[in-house]
Design a protein around this ligand. Sequence first.
Ligand code: BES
Ligand code: ZN
Length: 616
Amino acid sequence: MYAKFSFLTILFSVLMMNNSAQANPLPLFVDDPHSCAKPEEAVIEHLQLQLDIDFQKKRIKGQAQYTIKTAMAANAFWLDTRGLEIIEVSLGEGQSTSYELMAEQPFLGRPLKINITPNTRVVNVRYQTTDEPGALQWLSQEQTQGGQLPFLFTQGQAVLSRTWMPVQDSPGIRFSWDATVKVPADFMALMSGTNPQEKNPEGTFSFRMDLPVPAYLIALAVGDLAFKPLGERCGVYAEPAMLERAASEFVDTEKMLIAAEKLYGTYQWGRYDLLVLPPSFPFGGMENPRLTFATPTIIAGDRSLTSLVAHELAHSWSGNLVTNATWNDFWLNEGFTVYFERRIMEALYGKDYAEMLAELGYQDVMKTIAGMGKDSQDTRLKLDLKGRDPDDGMNDIAYEKGYFLLCSIENLVGRAAFDDFLRKYFKEFAFKTIDTEQFVKYITRKLPAINSLQPALTQWIYQTGMPEHVKPPVSQRFRQTEQQLTDLLSGKMKLADLKTVEWTTHEWVHFIRHLPDTMDLSLAEQLDGAFKLSNATNAEIQAAWFEKLLPTSYTAINKPLDEFLVKVGRRKFVLPLFKGMAQNPARIDAAREIYRKARPGYHAVTAGSVDALFAQ
Ligand code: BES
Ligand code: ZN
């Protein structure tokens, strides 16, 4: 009965789709609560963008041309927009048509309904961005390293691409694209496609992405940028003042790429480059195809934060090649990527290195679960984000619980069988989207042993909290760190005798997290004296140190904390620091004062989260 039903469904869809007798089989779309697009009626196949970047007015003027595929009875083409001014809409070579910008919905914006006929192949929209905060961050020259030219970047995930272009903004809808971007002289423009390696005097840059991608993976950055190769297929872009440091930090990128291919199959995207953004970039990294966007806070000088590169690179398979159908299935992007990231790190730097990352990840997720309550619905892998801003429900559960699920499957079936499964999975679903239910069906078919997983796969996916008998990862290196800490606290070891020269960032973070909350502030002073933790040039160490001391009256952190929060806009640091300050009555006024100063420099994603914190 089931087989008959799905055969009829497919037959019906094939008949309904007007011009689909052609080569491509029709995708079936999963219903996405965060997009107004009706892809079963009319869906983008190719997008062509012409963008004019105006730094003075802080506006992008855009001309978008959509090549679409329509169903037999199609009479409307639906696009997501938010905070956009629609100037003109036409069909084909310029025939006029009517359109309607529908009512504003919270987080989702205003659906743009364009009237078409089943024969419409091409739709044109002229538009312009507005001041409404969204994907775009316009930075003044003072907010850059070089201080000479302003800077612009976009952040599309999860539902922000619609704030800089009208688009079918659902991870389940893929299309190819090309773009021409006009910028003032002296700027370089970069996108998540084919990229230039030099500026050009006309300030006109062309880009292409021939492989089909979802809208959240289209990205743009414009600034005073330069390029340095790292290997045959890899390179790094940064502001000139940052370029050498960035290149030295990321020397191993090509090795990571080779290790990744050896694990799970050929890299499909051609080049893999990195772009180091100014410090207001709201995330650690963003896996924009061919061009990962990265925060400068991972440039530690000792290459100890490059697991982030492994992570964004891994998304070239999990996420960019095989994509979560909706944001409710976010763990399929992130859980797989964390697993893959740690396998790359293990391949390059050994098991004991990867174990440190896993143990810190475990600490993070247990803290998140404790904070949300283990019965919170948002601690499930399969999320229910309908009616909410997806950004609110995306936390490290998807990353770390997802990772531990995949580890427990690996333990059950053995590494060789699991790797073999993953290679096939990436092949089978390449350039497709998948939801959690499809995944469960697929793995049950390919790895029947999954039926004896404890707890059951469905329990992992649909139940809250962390399954009880998950074995916490154990890092031998951290045991040594802890031994030194114990000896220090018991007086057996003197501060001067701590052996820290070999420590990576991870050992420092572990050490700081495990200092007793009730420690004598004279110990904090001594540690600060010996290791300059309040003024650490490593953002992870500095932030961990601040967090440890926020509940106390320790004043030596005050000034560096203030400077850190004004400079760095990475949400993962900023939010816990403001939270920590807000929880200490002696620091709450300072928190508000610092936020007043810092907020204008933050991207909307970070500002939105901190606003919500202070609104409580
Ligand atoms: N795709 C995410 C960033 C993201 C997630 C943006 C959800 C918007 C919504 C990216 O791959 C990521 O996971 N970044 C992490 C770093 C990583 C090493 C865990 C980050 O930014 O901290
Ligand atoms: Zn990720």
